[in-house]
Write a protein that binds this ligand. Structure first.
Ligand code: GLY
Length: 401
């Protein structure tokens, strides 16, 4: 009798979880076109507001809601061009392709950037997406130049790319978890050019990061600085998180995305294992709220009143959708369930802006660097980028469209 009851309950739970999954899928089938519609109109308005000066790119808004721009030097300069590429991919609309080409040109000079690791974000999100979608024959040259610029920051004795050059009195050789994202440019360059040195740098960087950035619970530090003489970690700290020992949310999301990408690009199962371990830490975290939009730091002291970070949710959703294609059916369901909740939350009025508001950005409520009193509860161009990427991935992988 007991066994029959247990079996009956098992069937009920299985049926309920199946029906939840199909409800989420149906909701997203409706929400995605609505989000794309608002995103396209916002993107046109944003482009229009930036047309007077061909150096301008969007960043965020100030306290009065006024648009803050950057030139291509800012680390996030490639995200708006990349968002335009995703919108072109989502709609097939040629005027969006023209805008994407135009804004992609604005960041070209960053291919020469050698004073930080962000050249990967700048060039791969813009030119990389443009090349993936259109195979524009002039783009690989820009991307290869950028990969060479990034590789100048690799120190073979330490086996890592140096992320930052500032604060030299404090850090001998700082490497941040965000740097994992820029390995994608190196792996593309290895494949395209046949030069395996790019591959070796990326693999070494990812291996050392797994070894030295990650704690036993699979959360990670933001910054690990290395001793330049011994090549060993000298400091484990934060810059944008709550404390050295806390889990800064965007950093956790960069790591999840980074190791998922490393598995996709190399096929090495140690990266898949790492991505699964990070995913498990994140999706089971007691401080992940019910709507699955992380607080800006998983250890923020004022949880549940702490600010949320939509950018972390977007990055995490995009990574989980990709990771769901590499795992067994049980994990796939878990990952997609969290990613779907994130996309549903981000597509709701709580996070998705109305047309004509929010400085023409799509998502509200991100946090750039709270300890630096910078970009707190604002739209951020990269939150929009990873949200649109996640929508593309969900359509392709789950809706088969
Ligand atoms: N890569 C910079 C940031 O995540 O804020």
């Amino acid at each position: 009798m007991k066994r029959q009851l247990a079996y009956f309950l098992f069937i009920v739970v299985a049926l309920l979880s199946e029906s939840c999954a199909s409800v989420n899928k149906k909701r997203l089938e409706k929400l995605i076109p609505q989000s794309v519609n608002v995103a396209v109109r916002q993107a046109y308005a944003m482009s229009e507001s930036l047309k007077s000066d061909t150096m301008l790119l969007p960043k965020s808004v100030d306290a009065d809601g006024k648009l803050l721009t950057s030139d291509s030097r800012w680390w996030g300069s490639g995200f708006f061009p990349g968002s335009l590429w995703y919108l072109y991919e989502l709609t097939g609309n040629d005027s969006l392709r023209m805008l994407a080409e135009n804004f992609t040109k604005r960041v070209e000079r960053e291919k020469w950037t050698t004073n930080n690791h962000d050249v990967g974000f700048m060039i791969y999100c813009s030119f990389g997406n443009g090349y993936r979608i259109t195979e524009n024959a002039s783009y690989p040259d820009v991307m290869l130049t950028a990969a060479r610029s990034l590789s100048t920051r690799y120190n073979s004795k330490i086996g890592l790319i140096r992320s930052w050059d500032f604060n030299k009195q404090h850090w001998q050789y700082p490497v941040i978890i965000d740097n994992m994202m820029n390995l994608e440019l190196l792996l593309w360059a290895a494949r395209y050019s046949g030069d395996s040195s790019f591959y070796r740098m990326a693999v070494s960087h990812a291996d050392k990061t797994a070894e030295n950035h990650y704690r036993p619970d699979n959360s990670c530090y933001h910054v690990v600085s290395y001793d330049i003489n011994t090549g060993k970690p000298e400091k484990r700290e934060t810059w944008q998180g709550y404390s050295h020992s806390s889990s800064w949310s965007r950093g956790q999301a960069w790591g999840l995305y980074g190791y998922t990408m490393m598995f996709r690009e190399t096929g090495l199962t140690r990266y898949l294992d790492k991505a699964k371990a990070i995913a498990s830490y994140l999706i089971n975290h007691p401080n992940l709220p019910a709507d699955k939009i992380p607080y800006w730091d998983f250890d923020a002291p004022d949880i549940p009143n702490a600010k949320r970070d939509a950018s972390s949710a977007s990055i995490m959703a995009s990574a989980l959708i990709e990771l769901s294609d590499f795992v067994d059916a049980k994990l796939k369901k878990q990952y997609l369930s969290v990613a779907e909740s994130q996309l549903i939350s981000l597509s709701s009025p709580a996070y998705r802006a109305e047309f004509g508001t929010n400085g023409n950005f799509l998502l509200k409520h991100s946090v750039g660097a709270l300890p630096l009193s910078s970009e707190i509860d604002v739209p951020l161009t990269y939150a929009d980028y990873y949200y649109l990427e996640a929508l593309c991935r969900y359509k392709r992988s789950v809706l088969n469209k």
